[in-house]
Design a protein around this ligand. Structure first.
Ligand SMILES: [Zn+2]
Length: 260
């Protein structure tokens, strides 16, 4: 794990404040989900390469493990504007009143950037020892900032067990036609970060090998960014257990890579 300076994760400015819960899950969203101030629902779950949960869900009553820093200028500037732009798009998705497939291109860009920002901050705040590489955070900086090339955000809408959940996993099914191979050949820098807010499931994923292509489960994953991307699909039954983060974990674990 990198040594973390007190500089801002996004712009590098010195003298940045530490991440608070209001930073990681924005206040409007805590309010919308009706999470209490002493929320105990935040969960960080690390999953091993074979997709099984390597830890039972961990529930934190506070963010005592905070490692990351965000400066006032970022927080009150572009990040605040991103929240203002994202909230009216996200709320109907979260409440299941609008489908992901109806997002216009501009809306998809906002939801995709918001998903990256929120997912990355979870990885820097949670005690999982696998924060996302900082250049991916810096790519988001400013009103013009956007996800690093190669980053994909996919969504799903489904039933849920709790208002909010978070999972980080290193599990990738490998598809090499015709056989499907499950392997732990995961290159350094790859990540999958899943967030769930009521009905809305968001997976922010990065696979660094450009020879391989991310492959969606047909009928499960809907691409949010990059927009207009022709993604490969494979048919699969995605089953999950009954635990509070099982559906989110299955949604994340089933995103595959195809090798030429
Ligand atoms: Zn900053």
């Amino acid at each position: 794990m990198p040594i973390v300076a007190k500089s801002c994760l996004f712009c590098g400015a010195a003298e940045a404040g530490v991440l608070s819960k209001e930073h990681v899950i924005p206040q409007w969203l805590l309010k919308h989900l009706e999470l209490p101030a002493d929320d105990k629902l935040f969960q960080g779950v690390a999953s091993s390469a074979d997709g099984t949960l390597s830890q039972t869900p961990r529930i934190h009553s506070s963010f005592n493990f905070v490692q990351g820093h965000v400066c006032e200028e970022c927080n009150n500037g572009w990040m605040s504007q991103l929240e203002v732009a994202a909230k009216p798009i996200l709320v109907p998705l979260i409440d299941g009143e609008r489908i992901i497939g109806s997002l216009a291109e501009e809306e998809a860009h906002i939801v995709g950037k918001w998903s990256c920002k929120t997912a990355y901050m979870h990885t820097w705040a949670a005690p999982l020892d696998s924060p996302v590489q900082q250049d991916h955070l810096q790519a988001l900086f400013g009103d013009e900032g956007k996800a690093m090339p190669g980053v994909t955000v996919v969504g799903m809408q489904a039933d849920f067990k709790q208002p909010s959940a978070y999972v980080q996993t290193g599990h990738w099914p490998h598809l090499s036609k015709p056989e499907i191979e499950i392997s732990d050949r995961t290159p350094a820098g790859a990540y999958k970060i899943g967030l769930q807010f009521r009905h809305l499931y968001l997976l922010t994923a990065f696979w660094p090998d450009l020879e391989s292509r991310l492959t969606l489960v047909k009928g499960v994953h809907t691409v949010i960014i990059p927009t207009g991307n022709q993604c490969l699909e494979y048919p699969a039954e995605v089953s999950c257990g009954d635990g509070p983060v099982d559906r989110l974990a299955a949604f994340c674990n089933s995103l595959a890579v195809s090798h030429p």
